[in-house]
Design a protein around this ligand. Structure first.
Ligand code: AHG
Ligand code: MN
Ligand code: MN
Length: 334
């Protein structure tokens, strides 16, 4: 097998399509290097004393795990000094993190969910890191939260690392989706999928069914039809999978198709779903669209949403295009 490294891919992509200037390449390489460090820490588990709760809460009132904080620190430290960033924002930090004055300020903004799938850390199930890259607005001198509030269509890169049986990096810079597998002995990312495409035909769906009694009618209708199987209106049997790490559920869908849903529900009208627009929904929507799929909030395209708050939550329906279109059309008819 001819081995194409992440670096080679980034350089050739720039040469061919001019989509990855040197500072963006540095950014992606720095993030992917931090993900290697995280992968190593995750792999140590109890031996590295990284499991368990940190005994604190994040701005969203969620209990932080030790790894949530460790991974956040790794990403901050790795990205501070390179001169490629103006500021960072994270699911685990209340406010933005401007680059300290002692380092040069760059033109990009980096957002991340340092550790996705926190409930799976202590049970040795796949978890990940999700990131999204925006350009700082023209003329920005001191970054503020407002500079981050850009629609997903403005992302210049997005991706995730998944820490599973293999560690993989899945990336888009707006020209398809490439996946790299970490060669642990060599410490390098090797391309193992070029131009990933989500299969259109699917028989698999992902939703946390324990929330069924709270679902709104369009979601209930859609899931009831899937559950009715071959004798129902869909005329075929569906299978259900829910890892409870968005990274792992999206990775399965990028690999073999399917639809992933985290809807808003009737419990807390002021809390539109669980997932966060800037750290989870937008980067995953960018990847899924680049792989031929679709991503909506049940009504419109996720990447068209104009963010109002850094930690904003949003309902998510993503994956195989026809399924996402169907569940979205049920919302529009409602
Ligand atoms: P995080 O660990 O970053 O807080 O994200 C967890 C998210 C997402 O990864 C997953 O799809 C979902 O929460 C799982 O939710 P349930 O606990 O409702 O299954
Ligand atoms: Mn998450
Ligand atoms: Mn997280």
């Amino acid at each position: 097998m001819k081995r194409i490294s992440l670096t080679q891919h980034l350089i050739e992509e720039q040469r061919l399509n001019n989509t990855i200037p040197a500072s963006l390449r540095l950014l992606i390489e720095v993030v992917s290097r931090a993900c290697k460090t995280i992968s190593h820490a995750v792999g140590k588990g109890a031996l590295g004393e990284v499991l368990g709760s940190a005994g604190s809460e994040n701005v969203q009132g969620e209990v932080q795990k030790k790894l949530d904080i460790i991974c956040n620190d790794y990403l901050l430290q790795a990205n501070e000094w390179g001169g490629h960033l103006a500021a960072m924002a994270s699911e685990e930090m209340e406010t933005i993190h401007p680059i300290p004055n002692r380092y040069p300020m760059g033109e990009y903004l980096l957002l991340f969910d340092p550790l996705d799938g926190s409930s799976n850390i202590d049970v040795n199930v796949s978890i990940g890191t999700i990131f999204s890259v925006l350009k700082a607005p023209e003329g920005m001198t001191t970054p503020t939260e407002i500079d981050f509030l850009q629609a997903g269509t403005r992302q210049v890169a997005a991706g995730y690392a998944i820490y599973g049986p293999q560690t993989m990096l899945v990336l888009t810079t707006g020209n398809g989706v490439q996946a790299f597998t970490l060669d642990r002995e060599m410490g390098s990312w090797v391309m193992t999928t070029n131009n990933a495409q989500i299969p259109e035909e699917t028989k698999e769906f992902a939703i946390n069914a324990s929330n069924a009694r709270h679902w709104h009618p369009p979601v209930k209708r859609y899931i009831d039809e899937l559950l009715a199987g071959s004798t129902g209106p869909r005329g075929k049997d569906f299978n259900m999978r829910w890892v409870a790490s968005m990274v792992a559920d999206v990775h399965r869908i990028l690999t073999r198709g399917g639809v992933f849903m985290y809807p808003a529900d009737a419990r807390e009208p002021d809390k539109p779903g669980k997932l966060r627009l800037m750290y989870e929904a937008n980067p995953m929507a960018f990847l899924v669209e680049q792989a031929g799929g679709a991503a909506t909030d049940g009504r419109g395209r996720i990447m068209d949403i104009q963010p109002e708050k850094l930690h904003q939550r949003v309902p998510v329906f993503l994956g195989s295009r026809s399924e996402v279109e169907r569940v979205t059309s049920y919302h529009r008819q409602d």
